[in-house]
Design a protein around this ligand. Structure first.
Ligand SMILES: NC(=O)c1ccc[n+]([C@@H]2O[C@H](COP(=O)([O-])OP(=O)(O)OC[C@H]3O[C@@H](n4cnc5c(N)ncnc54)[C@H](OP(=O)(O)O)[C@@H]3O)[C@@H](O)[C@H]2O)c1
Length: 675
């Protein structure tokens, strides 16, 4: 047997029946021949740690020598990590039997029958590869560590670099890992099954959906055709109010453990109308009729959880729970030297050595190579088409925890171009030999540039061919990235600007990005007055009850402001709507949008709900905090003719008037604002 460290086992099968066991490999005769005496049937039985099985063919071609044409070999990768590999065959029966015998003879603890049973259950690959005669130059385990010398006119192939590549990506040899892999592969789901369980995306989550504004938000969203999910505390109440078919999850924002991460899968946007419960001291009707009328009309008190728990701790919990699905307006850094990284990407070279070629690349860090003199990653190498090769690449090891980029629209690379045409390959499976979602891009020589690759432009490529029935790209499960410089495009096409020789691609960052124009992902209903309790020089007698009673109401507005601050600091694209006193009146009155937290008045809950839903799609509402009221004075009721309601407003005309960065907190540091 070869050394323990050897990862390949090459078993020679002579075209004549051997009279004794193979002396070099120690392989018993029974293994070599098992039940199939006809050598043609043993032609091909191969497990290879190769990304593209077409490459196996090339490796094999190189290794097949004319002088050995009549000798047939079974060529087995003995120990492979779980990220590999391909299995294919010419004649199923004989090849499988042989393979099963060999695996069981490597002390894996599995009997030949056991292994074979798994092979028979499923066909891993169909006969899509029509393979030529197959043989491997006979080589001892010692020789196989070095270069394999091949036909005249060819360059020597660096087998040890090949092994290093395999080791880097697949880890140390382990027979049990190999067998586990095979068994997992044989019992795994097909791609079409995976496609069927993909998450729905683009859901709008409404939190506080059983409240006065919240239930109207749900109604408006449904009428506009949004997929809606609600997070509520009381299932029975919610079903009664919102209908039995509502997509509902149960949680209490004050209790972090109740915010199951699964609730937020597929959620892209949130409208949050949760509020600490305020009610009349003397009690209310079951449907909170007194509260709905307005807190001006009763002596209020906090019911249940405190403002600190709901408005501040609850907000913290909610933001934590949904920040992955809502995303960050500045994107998410996957590779770079500034800012926190989710998990350090470990790059390794993956060149055409895996198919017998001689191209060679590396990943390096140049400490002063970026556009500002800081560090930069370097993909550099020499590409050659010798031995039918022609590609170099660097690929990351599989991430230990898949990266969820479902909140983002694509990947952006900051790099210094060299005029060449590269590929980015993104994998969503931990398997080695699997579909790579791929996009090509051009670079401009000598220029630092940002290359944006939308996820929608990635095409599923497997063995250099587009896979038409591949599952759609799943951005929630990113496992590895690869940068490639290749002579080959896809589907038989070639890289139009390919040249052999040395190249160098410095890249300073790879980040997931949200497509411009960015629209709000977190729309929050706060309250006018949140910055007023501590504002110097304010005439409290002219202020709404919540401002006057802030202390008695356990600092309700103070904590609402602290909650708002958490949103503004979260990085999630947001809109904060601060209504004045809420009414049950219809929508339709003319509106006043203001900033700086100075206005008083009233506004319909229905109108607030419509504003929130429109803000979801408006880049003008992005990262804005504003107050809103109707022009109708508090003392004057507002009614509409239900048979002829006013048309819905173009809220964008209001959003367009808003400025960034105004919250009313400015007034806390400045001189008194006249009210
Ligand atoms: N009333 C006014 O005049 C006025 C004026 C300006 C601003 N505002 C603000 O406008 C917003 C909307 O008001 P509204 O009248 O629609 O409020 P609301 O009817 O009191 O609704 C509050 C919602 O929050 C939910 N909630 C409370 N605590 C929760 C928790 N721990 N976890 C999950 N959900 C929780 C409630 O659920 P349950 O149904 O389970 O209780 C309810 O759905 C509030 O922020 C309010 O402060 C009100």
């Amino acid at each position: 047997m070869g050394s323990q460290n050897m990862r390949w086992r090459i078993v020679r099968v002579s075209h004549k029946q051997p009279s004794r066991d193979d002396p070099t490999t120690g392989t018993p005769r029974s293994v070599l021949y098992s039940k199939e005496p006809v050598l043609e049937n043993l032609r091909l039985c191969q497990i290879a740690p190769l990304e593209d099985l077409r490459h196996v063919k090339r490796v094999r071609k190189i290794m097949v020598e004319g002088e050995f044409r009549n000798a047939l070999f079974v060529y087995v990768m003995k120990i492979i990590g779980s990220e590999v590999c391909g299995l294919f065959k010419r004649r199923m029966g004989g090849a499988m039997q042989t393979l099963a015998d060999i695996i069981s003879s490597t002390n894996t603890g599995f009997s030949s029958t056991h292994v074979r049973r798994h092979f028979l259950k499923k066909t891993l690959y169909h006969n899509e590869f029509s393979l030529p005669k197959f043989g491997v130059r006979y080589t001892s385990s010692r020789a196989s560590r070095g270069l394999i010398y091949s036909q005249a006119g060819r360059e020597s192939w660096d087998f040890s670099r090949f092994l290093k590549t395999l080791y880097f990506f697949n880890g140390p040899p382990s027979p049990s890992k190999f067998v586990d892999f095979l068994i997992a592969k044989l019992s795994s789901q097909t791609s079409s099954e995976q496609a069927n369980i993909m998450e729905n995306s683009g859901i709008v989550l409404v939190t506080g959906a059983t409240g006065g504004v919240g239930r109207r938000v749900v109604d408006v969203l449904r009428k506009k055709g949004y997929p809606v999910r609600v997070l509520v505390r009381n299932e029975e109440k919610a079903r009664k109010m919102l209908g039995p078919d509502i997509d509902m999850v149960i949680g209490d924002v004050t209790k972090e453990s109740t915010l199951n991460p699964g609730y937020f899968k597929g959620v892209r946007k949130v409208i949050n109308v949760i509020s600490v419960i305020v009610g009349p001291k003397e009690g209310d009707t079951p449907d909170r009729a007194k509260y709905s009328q307005g807190i001006k009309f009763f002596e209020p008190e906090i019911k249940g959880d405190s403002p600190e728990m709901v408005e501040y701790i609850g907000m913290k919990n909610l933001i934590n729970a949904l920040k992955n699905s809502a995303g960050n307006r500045d994107g998410k850094l996957l590779f770079g030297f500034e800012g926190p990284l989710p998990e350090k990407l470990v790059w390794g070279a993956l060149d055409d050595v895996v198919m017998g070629g001689v191209s060679e690349s590396t990943f390096q860090i140049n400490p002063t190579g970026n556009e500002y003199g800081g560090p930069v990653g370097l993909f550099k190498g020499v590409v050659s088409t010798a031995n039918n090769g022609g590609f170099t690449s660097i690929r990351t090891r599989n991430l230990s925890v898949p990266e969820d980029l479902s909140a983002y629209d694509g990947l952006q690379l900051r790099l210094k171009g060299d005029g060449r045409h590269y590929k980015l390959i993104v994998r969503t499976s931990a398997e080695w030999d699997t579909v790579g979602y791929t996009a090509s891009f051009d670079t401009v020589e000598g220029q630092w540039q940002t290359i944006s690759i939308p996820f929608s432009s990635l095409r599923p490529i497997f063995r250099a061919k587009t896979v038409l029935d591949a599952p759609p790209f799943d951005a929630s499960n990113i496992i590895s990235l690869q940068l490639m410089y290749s002579k080959f495009e896809y589907d038989g096409k070639l890289n139009p600007t390919f040249t052999e020789g040395a190249f160098e691609l410095p890249f300073s960052s790879i980040r997931a990005y949200i497509q411009e124009p960015i629209t709000p992902r977190f729309v929050h209903v706060g309250s006018a007055g949140v910055t007023r309790p501590d504002r110097p020089g304010l005439d409290l007698s002219k202020q709404p009850p919540a401002v006057r009673l802030n202390k008695e109401l356990d600092f309700i507005l103070t904590f609402k402001l602290k909650g708002e601050d958490l949103i503004r600091e979260s990085g999630i694209p947001y809109t904060i709507v601060r209504p004045c006193a809420l009414t049950e009146e219809p929508a339709g009155a003319d509106l006043i949008f203001d900033q700086g937290d100075n206005i008083t008045g009233k506004i319909s809950r229905e109108e607030v709900a419509r504003i929130c839903v429109t803000a979801l799609e408006s880049p003008y509402a992005l990262d804005k905090t504003f107050e809103v009221k109707s022009v109708v004075p508090f003392s004057e009721p507002y009614t509409v003719d239900p048979s002829n309601p006013p048309p819905e407003k173009d809220y964008d005309t209001y959003f367009k008037t808003l400025k960034d960065g105004i919250t009313g907190k400015e007034a806390l540091e400045e001189k008194p604002v006249p009210v």
